[in-house]
Design a protein around this ligand. Structure first.
Ligand code: ZN
Length: 162
């Protein structure tokens, strides 16, 4: 079965930002991830590279920034009160952390720590970076109607509903 839209794919991956010495994330020593293809659940470049593959395929692909987390934007800094940070006292410039927003937790990079507020860069930490992936396809199956309606995977590696 070749991977296409509305298939559920379980796969192992490691990702290395181009120019970095080693992978920043890997699933190979843990559980594979499960993704519903065709619903924008992963970066476009990786989704595209998975299409047409099948079980046990192992491949490498380099995804340019615009097909990954986008280009880094210059106008994305913001001053945020310290109360929105879980560990404001330990923040240091350059550090990546999470801030609570009304859209949920968001990854940010600390620019400057003030007395009552923190200046952060809202660009995704991997914005502007080309990413090199090493991927191994573990399982491919058709999605259920319910998964397609919910636009995410149920069962192993996916969402659990009460
Ligand atoms: Zn669901």
């Amino acid at each position: 079965m070749q991977i296409e839209d509305n298939h559920v794919v379980r796969f192992h991956y490691s990702v290395t930002p181009v120019g970095e010495p080693e992978a920043t994330e890997s699933s190979f020593d843990g559980e594979p991830v499960a993704v519903l293809i065709g619903h924008g659940n992963i970066i476009p470049g990786l989704e595209q590279a998975l299409k047409g593959r099948q079980v046990d395929d192992r491949f490498e692909v380099t995804v340019p920034a615009e097909q990954a987390y986008g280009e880094r934007r210059a106008d994305m800094s913001q001053r945020i009160p310290k109360k929105y940070f879980a560990a404001a006292a330990t923040l240091r410039p350059g550090q990546q952390t999470q801030v609570s927003t009304r859209f949920g937790p968001r990854a940010v990079t600390v620019i400057k720590v003030g007395l009552t507020s923190v200046d952060v860069d809202l660009n995704h930490p991997l914005a502007g970076q080309s990413l090199h992936f090493d991927v191994q396809v573990v399982e491919v199956r058709g999605a259920t109607d319910e998964e397609i309606a919910h636009r995410h995977v149920h069962g192993e590696g996916g969402h659990a509903h009460d």
